[in-house]
Design a protein around this ligand. Sequence first.
Ligand code: BGC
Length: 450
Amino acid sequence: MDSTIQDTPINKKHFGEDFTWGVSTAAVQIEGAHDADGKGESIWDVFTAKKGKILNGHHHRTATDFYNRYQDDIDLIKQLNIPNFRFSISWARILPDGTGAVNQAGIDYYNRIIDYCLQQGIQPWLTLYHWDLPHALELQGGWTNRAVVDWFTEYVKICANAFGDRVKHWMVMNEPAVFTGAGYFFGIHAPGKTGIKNFMPAIHHAVLSITAGARVLRGALPDAEIGTTFSCSYIEPYSDNPKDVAAAVRVDALLNRLFIEPILGLGYPAELAVLKGMEKYILPGDEDNLKFEFDFIGIQNYTREIVKYSFFTPYIHASLVKAQKRKVPVTTMGWEVYPASIYHMLKKYDKYPQIKKIYLTESGAAFPDEIINGEVNDPKRVEYLQNYLQQVLKAKNEGCKVSGYFIWTLTDNFEWAEGYKPRFGIIYVDFETQQRTIKASGLWYANLLR
Ligand code: BGC
């Protein structure tokens, strides 16, 4: 199999010796084994079992069977010369009821992964929360219940204690804007709650939990590198009409500033009038607790959004002009392919003096890949990755504090509400047989990292 792309215009050397290269995954999307070895139910176990929630009725109960195949998949990471592997811990494997009794089999499982990575010379990067709250906690209100901060703190302590002797890189949470927005406002992700009444407390409790979790890690593991990750999209107004421009400012505040600014000590963005509804959840002393000095911020960028004023959209009075309507190139997700987006986001976050270091903890694209004669040729993904990396390099050369890049994702996997349709992997998975085939993009990455 030699579809190695020879003339890659970007070279690892241009990014410098210290630049961190990796690949990212998340527990729900790959592990399967949803009830194995004492694991408790998560909100995704319950959500995917409901009718009509996931495209084509797909579920994650087997996913890519990483639970049983982790050695083979880590061998593939090694074969692709990828030195850093980001994965998440499933809270309900460690604490089946969310709090209380610890499931040793869950800890043993993650220890096996960590140890195997280290034996192969691969650094494990742990995300503590990638959206799979234990269902037992959701029954008590989940992220809308302020007690979640204590539940989360207890869980983080257990993980720090169990894995902290070997894991040096930690991310407290993955994309709080997505799990609160999709899960507690739009109801299109687990737990399927809707409305501003759920969204407001979920936002505030997520921020409090991120910083509470970070403080636990800092106390327990003073030498660890501690970060947390945020989704971001480059926002532009549809026109220079002041109404569109103001709408774009609001959407930017919602998508790109809402979570990061309180954590940096800047409070919630004043542009979002809707946040007035949050005041009742903010208790005395919270302002200080919202802050934490992270060693790094992980940003995850896929696309840009074009924003228009919309009288009829409640709260935000703005709407997105879909990429399909604009007739621009899109991925399977319908997201515009727009490489400069990642450059603009790096420049945006670079301006905050409180941010010490930025890693791109996710970047990638879904395209309709096919296996032909045992090979998967995915030139669009190779082009996407090259062009996005080109933009990262441009920002870096301009002095931006970007220190690493992780591709989303290792293998095709369970893409949440979209099921298995979008294929994001640099390794193809036949979901019937679980057979893996390295795509041309995987070979391209291996070549870059050689
Ligand atoms: C998430 C991943 C997801 C990816 C593509 C990110 O929002 O962290 O879990 O699969 O984007 O949608």
